[in-house]
Structures are given as C-alpha cells and as structure tokens.
Design a binder for this molecule. Structure first.
Ligand SMILES: Cc1cc2nc3c(=O)[nH]c(=O)nc-3n(C[C@H](O)[C@H](O)[C@H](O)COP(=O)(O)OP(=O)(O)OC[C@H]3O[C@@H](n4cnc5c(N)ncnc54)[C@H](O)[C@@H]3O)c2cc1C
Length: 384
C-alpha cells in the first residue's frame, strides 16, 4: 500500500469506527433505521470526506481516485454492519461512458452531491442467474412504454430513480436489451411487496411492477441493444467492491474474536492458548491475507489498464474467494464467541447473516465459478 492508499484507508477506517460503528446496535434494534438527523449527518460526512466522488473524473468535479484507493476505502467501510456504510451514493466511471451529458446532469452528478438516490432493477421473478429479461420496452412516440415485474430492487424504498433493464419489443433492435433511467414517481410504478430478509437494513429489496410506464427517449442509456454491456461494467465494479468489503468485515471479525479469546478464561487459562482456537484464527488470518492480495492486485490491474476480459475474470475470482472466506471467518468467529456469538448485539452474529448474501448477489458463487472455468477453457491460465 503506498502513502496515498494508506491515507484513504485511514480516513475510511476513522469514519467507520468513530462515526458509523457506534450506531450499529441502534440500527439492529430498530429495523435498520437511525434517527433522521443521524442518518443525514452520516451522509453529509461521507460526502465531505470525498467518498461519493471517488470514481468521478476531476473534469466532472470528482476525485478520480485509482481503483486501489477506492478498494482501500470500501475495505474499511466493510467493517461496519447493518449497511450503515451505504449512507451515500456514488456515480461510477461506466456511467460517464454510457450516459449523455443531459443524463449526467439530471441523474448521475446529483448522486455525488447527495441530491438524488438510485437503485437497480435487473432481476425478475424468472430471471436471476440467467439474465433473460422479460420486462418489455415498447417504442412509442417520444420514448418507451415499460411493462413487467422486477424483484429484489435494493434501496427502492429510499431511491428516487431506477436503472431498469428491459427487452425491446419492436424496431431494429427488437429482442435486445435497453437500460433506462426511470423516475420512481412515474405513473404506473407499483410496489408489490417489501419482503423481510435475513439482515437488518434500512435498505429494502422490493418487488416492483411496471404497468405501461412511459419513459422519455432521452432516458435511454447509450444505445438500444447496449444495455447488457453497461451491466457487465457495473458487475465488475460491484464484484471487486464486494471483495473489498468482505476483507474489511473479515478483519474486524478476526480482531474482535482474538480480543475475546485473549480475555476469556477457560480451563485454567485463556481461550487464546487453546490450539483448536488458535487454528481457527490462523486459518482466518491466512484466508484474509489471500483475499486481500487478490482484491488489491485486481484493483491494481484495473489501474494498469489490463485486458478487460482478464479483469472480468479476476473480479469474479476475488469476489468468489473473498465472499466464501468471509463466510467461513464469520462462522468461526461465532464459534469462538460461543453463546455470545449468537447474540444480535455481537457483530459476528450480524455478519453471519449479512455476509451470506455476498455469495448470492452480483452473480452467485456458482456463476462466478462458471465465468472462471469458461475463461480458463477459452483463454488458458496465462491469459487470465
Ligand atoms: C438481498 C438481495 C438484494 C438484491 N439486490 C438486487 C438489486 O438491487 N437489483 C437486482 O437486479 N437484483 C438484485 N438481487 C438479485 C440477485 O442478483 C439474484 O438473487 C442473483 O442473481 C441470483 O438469482 P436468483 O436469486 O434468481 O437465483 P437463481 O438464478 O434461481 O439460482 C438459484 C441457485 O442456483 C444456482 N445456479 C444458477 N444457475 C446455475 C448453473 N448454471 N449451474 C449451477 N448452479 C446454478 C445459483 O448459483 C443459486 O445458488 C438481490 C438479491 C438479494 C438476495
């Protein structure tokens, strides 16, 4: 880690530990919610520290940080439970490649300033791992009419617009996908259900119906048929940052379990002296070390501008390994804490629930393995 990356890591660590972590229990005991003024203060501080501008080029008023610096920030924010680190939105580089100037002005740059909030509606009842979109976009005068049903739309309860993927029914690109910006208050949008999930987050994952929702043509991102290309760029970024957050979560789990093991008296000594416990912690540290190396090296490969297909595979490798390792580390931490590890006030208990979804969303572990194996078959190990 060079001095700049270390500085970003330290800044994010302080924000996580001094500002966010003290509010975890309040969130856990109140359905993920914090008092409004506290949530507002968290968001303002995250923006002041520059976190919402990390992936935005200076020409747009952002910081244009290297991927290693961004990974260092998200690693530290991953130490926090209850999604309190999701207190800000951030535009991503791919949006600047895909969106028009008008879209950047109305939808994307307001994310950086904390004025708007986005969510992503890709998954459907019958379309998860196999992204075969059934929601339709019919071309009409001045735009599109969108119909269909989206599932698991994270943060839809807090967002004021959605990125929606739909399949064109007509025109030269009939049958291909489009990605559209849709305002949450557009006529014809209906929240069908807000199901409860394992974790305790204020960000819900809603099921949303689109009944002939009119979307003006200036809200088409990129070109007709280009929808999936941008989604892939988004997957790469999210997979890498999930790996980073998993590393931060694992580090906190190891530190807290170690502190407990050193203090807990058992069998005439302390837990830390027991070799069975030592083995659990040693395995956890080893896995964290491997996950961090993979994650930071993948970020550095992005910064070096390496081949995009190789980067895609490495993001899958990092996400697969880090999410599975963090799950094992959380489970061992619960075991070390004993009964205390099963209490919701213990971060190991919360992480056990919260980290589980990292093996499912943004492509489940099985899908990451398929991506890796297909690239191995196509390109060979040296090109990965
Ligand atoms: C909390 C949460 C939040 C989410 N947020 C969003 C969001 O904001 N926006 C959005 O669009 N989506 C979101 N999702 C959806 C998420 O991306 C999907 O759940 C994920 O892609 C898996 O799809 P699925 O649930 O339909 O599982 P399925 O595709 O039905 O898969 C079920 C199981 O089968 C396995 N499987 C599938 N295909 C294969 C195969 N070929 N070989 C072997 N195994 C296979 C999968 O790995 C999985 O374990 C969210 C999901 C959750 C749980």
């Amino acid at each position: 880690m060079d001095a700049t990356t270390q500085q970003w890591s330290d800044t994010a660590r302080r924000f996580a530990e001094e500002t966010l972590i003290p509010w975890e229990l309040e969130a856990e005991m109140n359905a993920g919610r914090l008092p409004e003024e506290v949530a507002k203060a968290h968001k303002a501080e995250a923006i002041r520290l520059g976190f919402s501008a990390m992936d935005v080029a200076p020409s747009y008023g952002g910081l244009g940080l290297r991927n290693v610096d961004q990974v260092a920030v998200w690693e530290q924010l991953g130490r926090v439970t209850n999604a309190l680190c999701w207190c800000f939105s951030e535009p991503h580089q791919w949006m600047f490649e895909a969106c028009s100037d008008d879209q950047l002005e109305r939808y994307i740059l307001p994310l950086m300033r904390g004025e708007r909030k986005e969510c992503y509606a890709i998954t459907e009842r019958e379309s998860g791992s196999d992204v075969v979109i059934e929601s339709t976009a019919e071309r009409v005068a001045g735009g599109y009419r969108v119909s269909g049903e989206k599932w698991f739309v994270t943060s839809a309860n807090l967002a004021d617009y959605l990125f929606v993927q739909a399949r064109l029914t007509d025109g030269a690109h009939a049958g291909e996908d489009v990605l559209l910006l849709v305002d949450s208050d557009a006529e014809g949008i209906e929240v069908l259900r807000t199901p409860p999930f394992s974790h305790t987050f204020d960000h819900h994952h809603q099921e949303i119906a689109f009944h002939d929702v009119f979307v003006p043509e200036q809200n088409l991102i990129g070109t007709e048929g280009g929808g999936m290309g941008y989604t892939h760029a988004w997957f790469r970024r999210e997979r890498l940052m999930i790996a980073a957050r998993n590393c931060g979560a694992a580090a906190r789990l190891i530190e807290e379990a170690t502190a407990f093991a050193k203090a807990r008296a058992v069998d005439g000594g302390v837990l830390m002296d027991k070799q069975l416990v030592q083995a659990m912690l040693a395995d956890s540290v080893t896995e964290l070390w491997a996950a961090r190396l993979m994650t930071f090296e993948t970020a550095a490969a992005h910064d070096r501008g390496e081949d995009v297909k190789a980067l895609h595979t490495r993001c899958s490798l990092a996400k697969l390994y880090a999410s599975e390792a963090a799950g094992r580390i959380a489970d061992r931490a619960v075991q070390i804490f004993g009964g205390r590890g099963y209490m919701r006030e213990n971060c190991a208990e919360r992480f056990t629930r919260e980290l589980r979804v990292d093996r499912i969303w943004e492509g489940a572990s099985e899908l990451q393995r398929l991506i890796i194996a297909r690239q191995l078959a196509k390109r060979g190990l040296d090109e990965m």
